[in-house]
Design a protein around this ligand. Sequence first.
Ligand SMILES: [Zn+2]
Length: 177
Amino acid sequence: MIYNDPRRFGFMTLVERNELETHPLFAQMGLEPLGNALNGELLAELFKDRKTPFKSALLNQKFIAGLGNIYVCEALWRAGIDPRRAVGTLAKKSAKSKAEAELLAVSIRDVLEDAIRSGGSSLKDHVQTDGSLGYFQHSFAVYDREREVCRKDGCSGIVERIVQSGRSTFFCPRCQR
Ligand SMILES: [Zn+2]
């Protein structure tokens, strides 16, 4: 096994299987984004009354586990949600809000599935077990595309980069509301 962590966010530890649920690193872990539980209703409930911006809430592993910066940016773009907006706005009872919450849940799942299918997002020297590079980075809609034209059909917005909680956020100010 080779452990290569070019972005230096990770670390490794060994845990007995029966201690996984109670292990300090896992006990606080949020929803599994690819599990069946993730849907619009649950997201709305999870984010109810919170003023946290979407970007920070989705990056918070206590809500949803395993969503990194790139995938949060991409999921919010797919869902047409402004990363600066408060997550509590998702909990409104209107049909429009419910549809939006559902679209966000679907967008999170889709972006992860698309990335996995593409072999992940290769950053410099990241390689697959067979030595090939992941290529999801070629499918980014907003991430790392500052000042480029938005890829959404019919949108002529220009992708902007801002910094939120010390991390780069890429979004289209025209179609993400
Ligand atoms: Zn756009």
